[in-house]
Write a protein that binds this ligand. Structure first.
Ligand code: PA5
Length: 446
């Protein structure tokens, strides 16, 4: 069976092989800190063995809950932000038929998201759209106190209660939160919502293989058991395969580039279904590495679309970037370029060829051009976009991210910088308990 692989052919030509070998052994050392739980943030390592620890009973509970919600709903609104949103959104977008949402006779409810921003218009329009629709809500907040999802949940809870009555509304709501702490936990216990717990030792951005990701993904009709199997497989590969270990290869080469002032990593895909995987990846790496004035800035592009926009910069802009391409080997469908006897568009040289053949040549041509333009290229080869391989990809990125954080000597599991905007926002909103901050900030903006 094929597995995710890393191809460093167009990356190693930019570095000295001995340096790479050195960094690969550093990566192995950092991995031991994860295994032995001796590194920074070691109380947040619950995700490491998670694929092996998920019981069939737990997966059945998630699938049964999804089934009950699906029976009641044409739409399911998933409320959450950051790590409580991006994983589910990324996986659902990667696995879904791209025009499925336009079908009227859908087999599974369409998954919509709320509380991932503070846009009044977004939430107004969503409530308006759902006015005559049957829908349910999955509210996700580990802390149970995050402002964006809390506001959205108040709106949608009230809407459900007004439309269906309190008792039926409570059957249309599933909460995913802490076992004992936070406002969402209190409300959940009080209203008797079905709930799932996010373990203390799993941070938001590492939580996609918990009910945080798995319940919305199951509601969208995807096979979460296969996804967990893929993650399990990558967990095994990452632990046992020391020669050509894709996790160590990726973590070490990107860190080596960073030491050579290549401080921006651009994650590229040639299949736009992976666009939101890139958003999830940006959060994972940005929030894990960007601290103490250190870290690679994670950016993303979708090719060939963006070759006609950001492609110019990648080719000829500042040379502080490297590129990581998620290259998907096999398409889901086959569509060949038709023959045309008039050949007005001069495309007959491609007649009979699959569109993906052109896409692959665009990818190869772009890689060569970027390498010539001094942009190193790391290639992550994914056999296909399926539940299993998305599971492999998720675990691969999580493990490599933790190792990368340790290579930088930061705690990859905290996010102290996220509090700065919250503190100012609460001061400006005059939240009770922020009286001193309110006085100070008002002076600054007078
Ligand atoms: O990765 C993280 O920990 C964060 O992005 C959180 O997921 C995000 O801030 C949402 O937090 P919560 O789930 O507590 O509402």
């Amino acid at each position: 069976m094929k597995h995710l692989q890393v191809d460093l052919k167009n990356a190693l030509s930019f570095v000295n092989q001995d340096d790479f070998n050195k960094y690969e052994s550093f990566a192995k050392e950092q991995n031991e800190k994860i295994t032995n739980k001796t590194g920074k943030g070691n109380d947040f390592l619950g995700w490491v063995d998670l694929p092996n620890n998920i019981s069939q009973k737990h997966l059945d509970d998630i699938n049964d809950t999804a089934k009950a919600l699906k029976e009641k709903s044409e739409f399911i609104v998933v409320i959450g932000i950051g790590g409580s949103y991006l994983g589910a959104k990324a996986v659902i977008e990667a696995l879904s038929g791209q025009f499925e949402y336009l079908r009227s006779n859908k087999e599974n409810p369409h998954i919509l998201f709320a509380g991932q921003n503070l846009s009044e218009d977004y939430h107004f329009e969503l409530l308006e759209f759902l006015r005559d629709k049957k829908y349910s809500v999955i509210v996700i907040s580990k802390s149970g106190t995050t402002t964006e999802p809390a506001i959205a949940f108040r709106l949608f809870r009230k809407d459900l209660e007004n439309r269906f009555g309190k008792e039926e509304a409570s059957k249309r709501i599933v909460a995913i939160t802490d076992a004992s702490k936070g406002a969402l936990r209190n409300l959940t216990d009080q209203e008797n919502y079905k709930s799932f717990i996010i373990d203390d030792d799993i941070g938001g951005r590492y939580s996609v293989l918990t009910p945080v990701g798995l319940l919305p993904i199951a509601c969208a009709g995807f096979n979460i058991i296969e996804m967990v199997n893929g993650a399990k497989e990558m967990m095994h590969i990452a632990e046992t395969n020391f020669d050509g270990n894709p996790v160590f290869q990726y973590a070490s080469i990107r860190h080596l580039f960073y030491t050579k002032n290549k401080i921006i990593e651009i994650l590229a895909n040639y299949d736009q279904r992976l666009n939101f995987m890139a958003e999830w990846w940006k959060q994972l790496y940005g929030e894990s590495e960007g601290k103490e004035n250190k870290g690679i800035f994670p950016a993303s592009v979708s090719f060939t679309t963006d070759l006609h926009s950001l492609g110019q910069y990648v080719q000829e802009g500042l040379r502080n970037i490297f590129e990581t391409v998620i290259s998907v080997e096999k398409t889901r469908f086959n569509l060949n370029i038709p023959d045309d006897k008039d050949n007005f568009d001069k495309l007959n040289y491609l007649a009979g060829k699959p569109i993906d053949f052109v896409n692959k040549m665009a990818e190869l041509g772009t890689t060569i051009a970027h390498v010539d333009g001094d942009v190193p290229n790391i290639k992550i080869i994914l056999p296909e976009i399926s539940e299993f391989y998305i599971g492999e990809l998720i675990y691969f990125f999580e493990k490599a991210c933790a190792i990368s954080g340790y290579l930088l000597d930061v705690n990859p599991f905290d996010q102290p910088g996220v509090e700065a905007y919250k503190k100012n926002m609460f001061a400006l909103l005059e939240k009770p308990g922020f009286e001193e901050e309110t006085k100070k900030i008002k002076k600054r903006i007078e």
